[in-house]
Write a protein that binds this ligand. Structure first.
Ligand code: ACO
Length: 321
């Protein structure tokens, strides 16, 4: 039993914000951002284009490409850290918007690793024989939890959504690994929720995202190659059989370091970071959708998807297209 991606879709807000635009609100410049990260511009959501809205647009495109009707979906998993509300979940909002009334729908929170967590979770349901057809989405509007006065974080992120329709099938490769280490959560966190009640008298915390950039960098360049090696060895696949490594789009220098460690040429690490920045759970499925629509991935190709992010969390999937 395996899991196949049979359709992809993506959506980003219309509003483009360039590095020069950001240099008008914080003390930064295009050269610093480009050379440290590879990012040139990002899309930022308006009031009207929240996480569920973008997720719904991406989902509709993926369903259309897959030729699957919404009412045929058994399960919807939305990976996000920036759902529009505490509840209902974003997945339930997408379910209602697309009319997938038979599906079970829920969100998972694994930050930038979220799409890989969603894919591996749906695969586990398929493998157990519980469901056969699923929709997985990575969608985030991190612009809502960024301190737009903090130049060390606000230049890195953008908003967007990507989706994939997945199906349980008999033949093909699918190997996965996931990991978490809550002890290192302070490297990347956003504690903007109230934890008090009438007994504790705690005031609501309205914090923004904080990040120890160098810690995150070290964590990414260590765990991503390790998880890639795990899926390669479990599947007994030589690394040169992998056509593309579709990594969480956080930073171009992270790709360079990972490519060097794996001894794989940079051409195998596609990127769209320069146009969208880091869209958290959405980076992997947006890039996957672009590559799919450009015809760069063909049936039978082996690709690896890999994510890393807050939690800390990480994961990889080797799959046959
Ligand atoms: N513009 C100009 N200068 C800046 C900016 C900015 N936007 N941000 C920081 N600086 C300054 C700092 O103040 C510092 O100045 P100082 O030397 O006078 O003190 C200098 O630049 C260097 O700062 P560092 O933080 O040491 O810069 P570094 O080389 O580490 O680059 C970066 C920072 C790009 C964030 C890097 O650490 C990195 O890429 N880390 C990985 C972060 C990441 O990918 N996060 C997201 C992944 S997880 C997720 O996706 C949620």
């Amino acid at each position: 039993m395996t899991t196949k991606i049979i359709g992809t879709g993506s959506a980003v807000p219309e509003q483009v914000v360039t590095n020069d635009d950001l240099s008008k609100i914080v003390d930064t410049n295009d050269e610093w951002i480009r050379t440290r990260t590879g990012i040139r511009e990002r899309r930022i959501a308006s009031e009207e284009s929240g996480t569920s809205h973008l997720a719904t647009l991406a989902a509709a495109e993926a369903l259309k490409q897959a030729g699957v009707a919404a009412e045929d979906l058994d399960i919807i998993i939305l990976a996000t850290s920036t759902a529009d509300h505490c509840f209902p979940s974003g997945a339930c909002e997408v379910q209602a918007a697309i009319g997938a009334h038979r599906a079970v729908a829920f969100d998972i929170s694994a930050a930038c690793s979220g799409f890989v967590f969603a894919l591996n979770t749906v695969h586990s349901f398929f493998k157990a024989g519980i469901y056969q057809t699923g929709l997985i989405i990575g969608a985030d509007t991190l612009s809502k939890i960024i301190d737009w006065k903090d130049r060390s974080t606000c230049v890195l992120f953008g908003d967007g959504a990507g989706a994939a329709v997945v199906k349980a099938e008999e033949n093909g490769s699918f190997y996965m690994t996931l990991g978490s280490d809550g002890r290192k959560s302070s490297a990347l966190e956003c504690r903007s929720r109230t934890t008090g009640n009438f007994l504790t008298k705690t005031e609501p915390e309205l914090g923004y995202m904080t990040m120890d950039g160098q810690e995150v960098f070290k964590f990414a360049v260590k765990t991503v190659p390790e998880s890639i090696h795990t899926v390669l060895s479990e599947s007994n696949t030589p690394i040169d059989e992998i056509k593309y490594f579709i990594l969480h789009q956080a930073n171009y220098r992270i790709f360079e370091s990972i490519a060097k460690r794996l001894k794989v040429p940079m051409e195998k690490f596609p990127t769209n970071l320069e146009r969208f920045g880091n869209t958290s759970a959405a980076t992997v499925p947006i890039l996957l959708d672009e590559m799919n629509r450009e015809g760069k991935i063909e049936r039978g190709d082996k690709i690896i998807l890999a994510g890393f992010g807050a939690g800390l969390t990480w994961g990889a999937t080797l799959l046959e297209w």
